[in-house]
Design a binder for this molecule. Structure first.
Ligand SMILES: [Mn+2]
Length: 296
């Protein structure tokens, strides 16, 4: 089987549980932005009755075409997610896939555990630790440590293999955590220096991404008392965090989506946009986004 999933702690937990249940599988970790492309590419391969399990990735415009293509190419699809789906979006996918479980009360890893290993104590513990972080409960310090360690892609499979064995911390995880923490602080300081504040209906802080969007957004909010934080990568992809529950609504206007308080979109920079943003740390797209936020 193939597991197509996101690239954060929730996804890594979901992958660990898939492996507890199915043994060796082929995993594709994907950003939200590259998900449609990867889904299309897998859909183009002959599935021969194999299972394509999708987790922690939400609906995106036109994605039903990839689902149709996959099914017509012989894949069986199971899709488990906890992002917000419109009823209409559920309708477009349900019927094309074998399983579609969307539940915003759990993390994706929690949905996977409930479906694949409902009576397995180890799987449930992984889901509990992951959900603690993913749903911003933050009662279990092990979760935040693992999430930070996973900001380095090279730790992904190591952490996943630990989770499979029910291990949540060891010397390597601790050491990685402290190293990343120091590096992260330097990146956040840089983002703070380059921040631009737009003030209208909401106070919006825009800044270039140097790494760690969530932590950068949090630091911006602390310092500038912003309502909305937009962290923009050199390509124009951006992360959005917001106090009012409108992140996903803004992101949808920019080829993205996500949660009410955390989402991602894309300004789709052209070459000139990229150059200007690199030089001046601002772009005409900031105005566009501020207008969209105002209208919500
Ligand atoms: Mn998730």
């Amino acid at each position: 089987m193939v597991h197509l999933t996101h690239n954060d702690l929730d996804a890594v937990g979901a992958d660990a549980i898939h492996r507890m249940r199915y043994g060796e599988i082929f995993t594709v970790f994907s950003s939200v932005g590259t998900f449609p492309q990867l889904f299309q590419r897998i859909a183009g391969v002959a599935g021969r009755g194999h299972l394509l399990s999708i987790s922690d990735l939400g609906y995106q415009q036109g994605i039903e075409k990839a689902a149709e293509k996959a099914v017509s190419n012989g894949w069986r699809i199971e899709w488990r997610d906890h992002h917000r789906w419109e009823d209409e979006e559920v309708q477009r996918i349900r019927g094309k896939v074998g399983v579609l479980h969307v539940d915003t009360e759990l993390c994706a890893c929690g949905i996977v555990a409930r479906d694949l290993l409902p009576h397995d104590g180890r799987a449930l513990e992984v889901a509990e630790v992951v959900c603690d972080y993913d749903l911003w409960k933050n009662r279990d310090p092990r979760a935040a440590i693992l999430a930070r360690v996973l900001t380095r892609e090279e730790n992904r499979e190591y952490v996943r293999d630990c989770l499979i064995r029910g291990i949540f911390s060891d010397e390597r995880i601790e050491q990685q955590f402290h190293e990343i923490d120091r590096e992260m602080q330097a990146m956040i300081d840089r983002s703070m220096r380059d921040a631009r504040i737009y003030e209208n209906k909401y106070r919006i802080a825009f800044t270039p991404l140097y790494g760690h969007p969530s932590e950068t957004a949090y630091a911006l909010r602390e310092r500038y008392r912003s309502d909305i934080e937009i962290i923009v990568s050199p390509s124009g992809r951006f992360s959005i965090r917001s106090v009012p529950p409108i992140s996903h609504l803004i992101a949808r206007q920019f080829r993205g989506g996500g949660h009410p308080h955390a989402a991602g979109g894309n300004f789709s920079f052209n070459l000139i946009d990229r150059a200007i943003f690199w030089l001046f740390k601002r772009t005409r797209h900031f105005n566009r986004l501020a207008k969209v936020a105002n209208s919500i």
